[in-house]
Write a protein that binds this ligand. Structure first.
Ligand code: ADP
Ligand code: MG
Length: 305
C-alpha cells in the first residue's frame, strides 16, 4: 500500500487552474521529487497536503487513511519545512524548536533538539534569536523544525532556498542521512533540477498544474538518447576527412574541435574515436555531453517528447 496516494486533485484560484487533476502515489521510504518551474502548482499541492487549503475535488490517502476525514491523526505523523515557514523572531532557535516539539508531544525534547542542531551544524546558534539569523541559518532551523517529531512523511517545499553552495551541499547530505537512518518518506519540491536529481529517487515533472511524467532521473534523461561528443585535436590538423563519419558531417568550432551527435553513444563512441585516428588527427581531449534533466524538462513541457 502506498504511503501517500493522491487522486485527481484539482484546485482553481479564480481564472487560474493551479492543479488540473493530478494523481501520484509515493511508497514508504521514498525520497520523491516534485519538480517544476515557478507557478507549476508545487506549493498548492503541499499546502493541500497540510490541510492549509482545500482542494476543489480529488482524494488523498496518507498512511492508508482518508485525509478528508482523518486529518488530525494523520498530521501528527507528518511535518513540513518550507522556505517561508515563519518561526518566531523574538524567540531563540532552541525556544522555537521547543514550541514545535511540545505541539508534537516529543519526548526527550532537549536531546532531540541537540541532535538536530548538530546534524545541520548549527549548534552554536541554539541561543540566538531567530530575527538575527541569516537566511541560510534560518533555512536550516526550519529543517530542524520539520524533523522534530521524526515524521513518517516529511514535506519539503523549496526548503533549501537561500543556501550558499557549500551549505546547500552539507544540508542535502544531512537530509539524506536522516532519511536513510529513519526511512522517512519525503516529498521534496524544488525548481532546482540539479538538487532534485541528486536527492530524489523518483521525480514527478509538474508544469502548469499537470504532471507530465514520473520516473527516476536516469530514466527521464534517457528520453533524449543522443549524446553530444566534442573532440579536440592538435591545432593545424586537416579536418576534412575526420569530420566525415557515419554519413554525417561533424561541426567544427575554433578550428580544432569537432562536434558529433551520437544516437547510440555506447555503441558508437569507440568507432568514432578510431575513425578520428585513422583520419590522421591527434586527439587531445574528448568531452561527452549527456542530456541534462533541464533539457528534458523543457522538451517535455513543449510537447516535443
Ligand atoms: N492564494 C492564491 N491566489 C491566487 N492564485 C494563486 C494562489 N496561490 C497560488 N496561486 C497561483 O496558482 C499557481 C500555482 O502556484 P504555486 O502552487 O505556488 O506554484 P509553485 O509552488 O510551483 O511555484 C500559480 O499560477 C499561482 O500564481
Ligand atoms: Mg512554491
Amino acid at each position: 500500500m502506498p504511503l501517500l496516494e493522491i487522486h485527481n486533485l484539482r484546485k482553481r484560484y479564480g481564472a487560474i487552474e493551479a492543479l488540473k487533476g493530478i494523481s501520484l502515489s509515493v511508497e514508504r521510504g521514498e525520497f520523491f521529487g516534485l519538480l517544476g518551474p515557478n507557478g507549476a502548482g508545487k506549493s498548492t499541492t503541499i499546502n493541500i497536503l497540510l490541510g492549509l487549503i482545500l482542494p476543489d475535488s480529488g482524494t488523498i490517502r496518507i498512511f492508508g487513511r482518508d485525509f478528508a476525514t482523518d486529518q488530525v491523526a494523520i498530521r501528527r505523523r507528518m511535518n513540513v519545512a518550507a522556505a517561508f515557514t515563519s518561526l518566531n523572531g523574538v524567540l531563540t532557535v532552541r525556544e522555537n524548536l521547543k514550541v514545535y516539539g511540545h505541539i508534537y508531544g516529543v519526548s526527550k525534547l532537549d536531546a532531540k533538539i541537540d541532535e538536530l542542531l548538530e546534524r545541520f551544524e548549527i549548534t552554536e546558534l541554539a541561543n540566538r534569536k531567530l530575527q538575527y539569523l541569516s537566511s541560510g541559518q534560518h533555512t536550516r532551523v526550519t529543517l530542524c523544525k520539520g524533523l522534530i517529531n521524526d515524521p513518517e512523511l516529511l514535506l519539503l517545499d523549496e526548503c533549501t532556498l537561500g543556501l550558499d553552495p557549500d551549505i546547500a551541499e552539507k544540508t542535502r547530505r544531512a537530509l539524506k542521512e536522516f532519511q536513510r537512518e529513519k526511512q522517512t518518506t519525503i516529498l521534496f519540491t524544488s525548481h532546482n533540477m540539479y538538487e532534485v536529481e541528486e536527492l530524489c529517487g523518483r521525480i514527478a515533472f509538474l508544469n502548469k498544474g499537470e504532471i507530465l511524467r514520473v520516473d527516476t532521473a536516469e530514466r527521464i534523461k534517457h528520453l533524449i538518447p543522443q549524446h553530444v561528443v566534442e573532440i579536440r585535436v592538435r591545432p593545424g590538423a586537416d579536418l576534412k576527412a575526420a569530420r566525415q563519419w557515419n554519413g554525417c558531417c561533424g561541426e567544427i568550432s575554433d578550428g580544432r574541435t569537432l562536434r558529433f551527435v551520437l544516437d547510440r553513444p555506447h555503441e558508437q563512441l569507440d568507432a568514432l574515436l578510431r575513425h578520428m585516428t585513422q583520419a590522421g588527427v591527434y586527439i587531445t581531449d574528448v568531452q561527452i555531453l549527456r542530456p541534462t534533466l533541464e533539457e528534458v524538462f523543457i522538451k517535455v513541457a513543449r510537447g516535443e517528447l
